[in-house]
Design a protein around this ligand. Structure first.
Ligand code: MTE
Ligand code: MO
Length: 220
């Protein structure tokens, strides 16, 4: 790296960056771990921006319920006390948004999706979950991803109760996918035998949304 402004066009730069990630190209230094941490096309920002559809529902924890239904053996409807009595986990994750920002080291506390799966027991036919929110938002996630140990139903961010702007009292956190999959103001989780598109997936976003494959937009 030099201090000069880089005259290389952005399109070439991104190809070069891509090339750096490959092994064995002569003359290219390998990407550093810090460079490998930021997915292609992302830029690092200092804190989570607020992004939503323009409505921020305000739900008191005492009024909050989580319904879990569909292709499961044991549907549940958890109130706040039941939710908080489940085993709790604190996990630190990097967050990647499809609109090109990433934030490192966000510390979330909540109930692991895996714990919920132990309780509701998905049927063998279940393929995906649909996360549904109080603002009418929804997002679909493959069951294999939702079952990951990294997935949380989070009520706390960086040591403080999750701000309503960021989806409090409870939001999903699915760090392996672009952040649009992490539904805020969570109210319902439906287990689906057939995958179906959520809010953004029905509006041109990629169905899978893996930042490491740059699955941003459908067909793109
Ligand atoms: N319920 C709900 N969840 C949502 C959204 C939304 O509009 N409604 N926006 C998604 C998008 S596009 C992003 S990038 C993140 C933003 O979360 P943040 O506001 O905490 O940064 O929430 C996701 N979850
Ligand atoms: Mo987003």
């Amino acid at each position: 790296m030099t201090d000069h402004p880089d005259p290389t066009p952005g399109s070439i730069r991104s190809k070069l960056r891509r090339a750096e990630h490959r092994v064995g190209l002569s003359g290219e230094r390998p990407a550093t771990p810090e460079e490998r941490r930021l997915p292609q096309g992302q830029r690092l920002v200092g804190q989570l921006p607020v992004l939503d559809l323009g409505v921020q529902p305000s739900i008191r924890p005492g009024d909050w319920r989580l319904s879990v239904a569909g292709a499961v053996d044991a549907p549940v409807r958890w109130d706040w006390d039941t939710f908080m009595a489940r085993p709790q986990a604190t996990l630190t994750h990097d967050i990647h948004c499809v609109t090109n920002w990433s934030v490192y080291d966000q510390e979330w506390t909540g109930v692991q999706a895996r714990d919920l799966l132990d309780v509701v027991r998905p049927k063998p036919e279940a393929r995906a979950v649909m996360l549904k929110s109080h603002d009418g938002y929804s997002a679909n996630v493959p069951l294999t991803v939702f079952a990951g140990e990294d997935v949380l139903l989070a009520h706390t961010l960086n040591g403080a109760p999750l701000d309503p702007a960021h989806g409090g009292p409870v939001r999903a956190v699915i760090p392996r996918l672009y952040f649009w999959k992490s539904a805020k103001w969570l109210r319902r989780i439906e287990f689906l035998e057939q995958d179906a598109p959520g809010y953004w997936e029905a509006r041109g976003y990629h169905n899978d949304g893996d930042p490491w494959k740059e699955q941003r937009y459908d067909g793109g």
